[in-house]
Every structure is written in C-alpha cells, then in structure tokens.
Design a protein around this ligand. Structure first.
Ligand code: WTA
Length: 655
C-alpha cells in the first residue's frame, strides 16, 4: 500500500483540536470503587494482580493451580480450576440471600414489563437447562440463539452455561443466510428462536428467517420457539417445540455442571476482511473475571445502582456488559426490547426516569441520533439519577461527548469512553471514574494490568504526539482464545502483522500527555452504527445479484451512524442502471446479510480504480465518496477511470 491509512485519516487533526479536560469531582473520587494505586499494583506484576482477583472473585469448585500459561499467541488462564459460570452469575447470589434482588427490569416495546429477580433467574434458567438436556444438549455442545431482546435471551445463554454447553448468539437483525452460516460453522445442535419481536411499533417476524436457515443446517436437531408475539407461527412437527410448553413442565432444579476454566463459553461471529465470518472463541473463567471486574471498576457499580447497557445482547457488548459481567456482580439491570424513537424520541429518558437508572452505557451513534432530535426530549424528564455514563463501539466525537455530558449527565456524571472488541472480551482502554481526568474524544489509558502501545509500520513504538497502529503487548484474562476451527487464521489475523503483539486493526494516536485517541479501523472493515461490517461481505452480497458484475464498497462518514455504506456497482452488459435497480440491489444486500448492511448510497459506475495487480483502490473510492480531492494516484492502472466515476458521482442514490 502506498499511503499509510493511519496518516491519511483527517480525524487526527480534528480530535487533536480538543483540549478541554474534565478532572474527577472529589466527591465522586471519595466514594469510587477504583483508585489510582490499581495501576501501580497491576504494573508490579500483572499475573499476580489477576491471580489475586481470580481467587477472590470467582467461586471455584476446584481452585486453579497456574494463573497463566502463555504460548504466544495461545493463552490459558486459571489452569486447573473448575467452576460454573451460571452458578457464579446467579446461584451464589441467591445463596447469599439476594434472591429477591432484581436482576433485570425488562421493558417490552409496546409497554409490557417483566421484573426478574435472581431467584426467578435461578428457577427459569434451571428449567430451561433441563429442557435443553431433554433435547440432548450436553457439555461441549453448541446451541444457536436467535432471539429479540426478551428475557429468554439471557436465560437461554445462562441455561447453556449451566450445562457446560456453549452458545452462539446471532443478532436478531441478521438474515437467514447469515444465521445458517453461523449455525453450520459452529455445528449447533439446537436453535432457540422466537416467533418474533416488536420494533418501531410493528411486529417483526423471526421464525420464518429461522425456517429458511434451517433448510440448510444439517446439524440442528431441535428448535425451541419462544412465543413472544402470541399469534402463532409455522411449526415443524418433531423438530420445533414451544419454549413455554417444553420449559414450563421441567423441574426447577438443575445442578450446575462444573467445567474447566478453559471450557468454551461461547462463539460470537464477527466480520473479517474475507467473506467468511470469524467465530471468536471465548472461554469460561478468564472471561468471567475480566468482564465482572472491569464492570465493577469502570462503571463504579454499587449494590443499589440501576445499570442500563442499551446494546443488543446479539453483540459482544451485550454478552459482556448486559449478561456475564453485571450478573456476576449481582447488579440490577434494565433491558429494553425496542427502538429509541418508539413511541417518541424520549423513550430512553422516560425509562431512565421511571426506573431511576443510575448508570447508562450506549453507543456514540445513539448519542448522535439523540443530538439530532434536540435537547428538548431529555429535558422533559428527570435524569438526576444518572451518575455514570459510558460509550462504546466507535470513537466519540467531542461534540457528541459534550452533549452527552451536558444534557444527559447534567454536567456532572463522569463519562467513560471504553475501547474494546469482540476479540478482547472485556474493556481494555478506558478512563476510571473518580480517578482519570477525561478529555472528550479520548478513551484515555489502558485498564490496570493491560499493556497497549501505538506502533509504526515496523512495529516500533511511536513517541508521544504521534499516530500509528494500536497493539496490545501482554495477554489478558478475557482475550479471545482463537478463531473457531482455524488456529492459523487466528495467528495470521491478530499476531502476524507485528510479531509478538496483538494487532487490533485500529489506528490510534497518543498525545503529549500519553492519552490514547482511537482513529477507527485501518483495514477494510466499516463501522456502521457501532457494528463492524466488512466491505467484502457487502460486495459479495451485491455480486450475488444476477445484474451485478462487480462491486466495491467503502464507508462514508455519516453524522449519525459514524460510517454509512457506499457501494460502487458495475452492471453486467445489457443491464441498464435505474433507480428501481438501485433499490432492488440495496434490498438484496439487506436480504442476504441483514438490514444493517443495506448500502445507504449506491452508485453505478462503468469501471473501478485498480492497481496494476488488480486490487481495487478503496482509498480512492473513499475519497470520491467523501467528495475529497484524491490522494496519491501513482499506483492506479488507468487514471481516466477516476474521472469517469467522478462524472457519475452526482448520481449516487441515497436511501
Ligand atoms: C471500535 C465492540 C473508538 C474499534 C465492543 C474496535 C471503538 C471495534 C471504541 C470493535 C471506542 C470500540 N473508541 N473505537 N471507545 N470501542 N471501537 O468487535 O474500531 O463490535 O476495533 O466490539 O469498534 O467492535 P466490536
């Protein structure tokens, strides 16, 4: 590549103009869970740091012998230990007398609600686990879960973990094809799904997608179907079972199965730079420790807090910070099924007021969407209960940070901008509330015990004030253990770019004070509304259409979603470009991958800029999409192509 993508990103200057700082409020510091000495303690001996936490925080059946076995890039944590993750998230709290404490305040989009205590969770999870057992699920099996944001989703995950079985949750917005691909890669034996859910005031069916996926998934033996919408759906005799009937007749007792620390807890699929999705492997003890400890420190969670992570459980944020981390800490959480604008743009603020939410964790894309609607919506509600705010998923621009701070946090709640990935399992770069002086737009410093660096193309540490590639230089407990079934791809993807270091795929800059500023992906993965979507997957979906010859996709910066998908499409000979066809192609992508991947812009072009070796120069396409002057074109095979595309650029279709 002729131009370093990190150097060519204009966000660097933008972010660096932000110089305001927000020191912690002494009153907050006085009561904070985290203290500044954690950094030193962890630095003295990071293995000893995690060892102590592992002994204190996890309830073991058999204590571990070795804290870390590190055969780069393969890590094993808490070796020799035996535990059960669900026992740690549910039963032990009930045994301590917290059975009546609320685990989830659940709010359905139409306004129906459910309150689930830890005792309820223990009962429901045990029954669900017994139902899975009846369907033949055993330790080591994989169960696929394709559900809306309803209580059965965390219940299903915990039921799997209770049996030592793994789950793979597929986001409810994904298509049948995406679901089938994940089921087949994981060789899941059982699928748990629902008739559908509510979204923007409408019933959205799910089971018909599942049925379509199931025509091509030989490993699935049984399907459990939650009856959320209550107006029936197609059921296949012998294969499909209603959750209600099957689960409700089970015993309320189901002993948790002890598993080894490194037992597979779940697979979660994420986009890569090839069309084949990667099954990220997370195991039990290290993951449980990493998520629960970071949750308590970073969100300053206290026993009486009402904590709301507004992500979908289908993404890693929900796995780590709606389910495992918070439950291990016996936290009271809020779970909301629907859209933020239903019935109106103050739905979230109504929920905060009604439940006295004290900690809110969400994505910058949501904040920008609220900003766009104006501060009158939050102003209608009493948000004084909020005392800590968090963000995740993409860099937050300083304007959005300040808006969040002012209109949601009342100018006082600390904001934690948390950087992490599906692969990292837990938050790795973040302020600690009460400790860190924040700067709007900076994720600040590595969490205690974590070592991160910013390096140049040769892997040399970049001095303060410089930009480069973000790397992690030491293992951490919740790290991915690999890519399912493909150790070589794991090594190649994360550990080969800079020998001995984990390459996150993100650009970063470290300012003169040592603060880290994340600059987005440096590969061909787009970040749309906090969701990573690889360009190659969208291109494959476009080319899959009979009219399309070739396609190239780039992310175009977008005020609301961070990046929006911009597709350049070459039609097959004899096919005429038209608005109708553009619409059809966008829908086709939504059908093949899911609505989240529907291109916002689509432009028909006669050709694409390519290098002499035939590689599409996405960098130039990004320039065109953004309306910028072109960067270096010296490696372009045919310079005239760009002019031709430019002439067409007026014709980009917006959704
Ligand atoms: C981006 C989500 C800047 C980043 C937990 C990362 C962020 C990718 C931040 C992972 C942040 C996440 N600031 N960028 N605070 N948090 N990212 O796997 O590009 O869905 O590599 O995990 O999101 O996305 P993933």
């Amino acid at each position: 590549m002729s131009v370093d993508p990190v150097q060519s990103r204009p966000e660097i200057e933008n972010l660096m103009l932000e110089s305001r700082t927000f020191p912690p409020d002494p009153a907050f510091t006085a009561q904070a869970n985290a203290t500044a000495d954690l950094y030193e303690e962890a630095e003295r001996d990071y293995v000893a740091f995690w060892e102590k936490l592992g002994r204190e925080r996890i309830t073991w059946y058999t204590p571990f012998r070795t804290t870390l076995e590190w055969n780069l890039p393969f890590a094993k944590w808490f070796v020799g230990g035996e535990l059960n993750v669900t026992y740690n998230c549910v039963d032990r709290h009930v045994e301590r007398g917290l059975g009546d404490k609320v685990a989830y305040h659940w709010i359905g989009e139409p306004g129906d609600t459910r309150t689930i205590t830890y005792a309820d969770l223990q009962r429901e999870v045990s029954k669900a686990a017994n139902a899975l057992k009846e369907l033949g699920v055993r330790k080591g099996d994989v169960v696929a879960i394709y559900l809306p944001m309803i209580p059965e989703l965390p219940i299903a995950m915990l039921a799997c973990a209770r049996l030592g079985a793994a789950h793979t949750v597929v986001f409810g917005g994904f298509s049948a094809e995406a679901l089938a691909g994940r089921i087949n890669d994981a060789r899941a034996r059982v699928l748990i799904t629902a008739d559908g859910g509510w979204r923007r005031g409408k019933k959205v069916g799910l089971k018909h997608h599942a049925d379509e996926a199931l025509t091509d998934t030989p490993s699935i033996e049984h399907v459990l179907v939650v009856n959320r919408l209550r107006d029936g759906c197609h059921m296949v005799e012998g294969r499909d079972h209603w959750w209600g009937e099957t689960v409700n007749r089970q015993s309320e007792h189901c002993p948790p199965v002890p598993v080894e620390s490194e037992q597979l807890l779940y697979l979660l699929y994420t986009s890569g730079t090839t069309a084949k999705p990667k099954g990220i492997v997370h195991t039990s003890a290290g993951y449980l420790l990493g998520t629960s400890y970071t949750h308590e420190m970073i969100f300053d969670v206290k026993p009486n807090d009402v904590y709301w992570c507004a992500a979908d459980i289908g993404w890693v944020t929900g796995h780590s910070y709606i389910v495992y981390g918070p439950l291990a800490n016996a936290t009271t959480g809020v779970m909301y099924e629907g859209a933020p604008d239903t019935p109106d743009w103050d739905r979230w603020w109504q929920i905060v007021e009604d439940y006295r939410v004290s900690i809110l964790y969400c994505a910058p894309t949501a904040i920008r969407a609220f900003m766009k609607q104006g501060e009158s919506y939050p102003a209608k509600h009493d948000l004084s209960s909020l005392r800590v705010l968090g963000t995740v998923g993409e860099p937050i621009n300083p304007e959005a940070w300040l808006w969040y701070h002012t209109y949601i946090g009342g100018g006082k709640a600390p904001i934690v901008d948390t950087w992490w990935q599906t692969e990292t399992g837990m938050i790795l770069i973040t302020p600690l509330p009460g400790v860190t002086t924040t700067k709007p737009g900076s994720a600040t410093f590595p969490f205690p015990g974590i070592a991160a660096d910013v390096v140049d193309a040769e892997g040399r540490s970049v001095p303060r004030g410089g930009g480069g590639y973000l790397v992690l230089t030491r293992p951490w407990p919740a790290m991915l253990r690999g890519i399912h079934g493909d150790p070589e791809r794991y090594r190649q993807t994360y550990w080969s770019r800079f020998p001995g270091m984990y390459f996150a795929g993100d650009g970063a800059k470290r300012d003169e004070d040592g603060y880290l500023w994340l600059l987005g992906r440096v590969d061909d993965v787009m970040n749309v509304a906090g969701h990573r979507i690889s360009t190659i997957e969208v291109e494959s979906a476009l080319v899959d259409h009979r009219s399309v010859a070739e396609a190239a996709v780039v992310g175009k910066s977008d005020e609301v979603t961070g990046q929006a998908i911009f597709a350049f499409v070459i039609l097959k000979a004899g096919q005429e470009p038209s608005d109708a066809l553009a619409l059809q192609l966008r829908e086709h992508v939504a059908y093949v991958i899911g609505p989240i991947a529907r291109p916002k812009y689509l432009m028909f072009v006669p050709d694409l800029p390519k290098t002499r070796s035939g590689k599409i120069m996405r960098r130039l396409l990004r320039d065109i999409a953004e309306g910028r002057t072109l960067g270096d074109t010296t490696t372009l095979a045919d310079a005239a192509v760009v002019d031709v595309i430019r002439e067409h650029s007026g014709a980009a279709e917006e959704e």
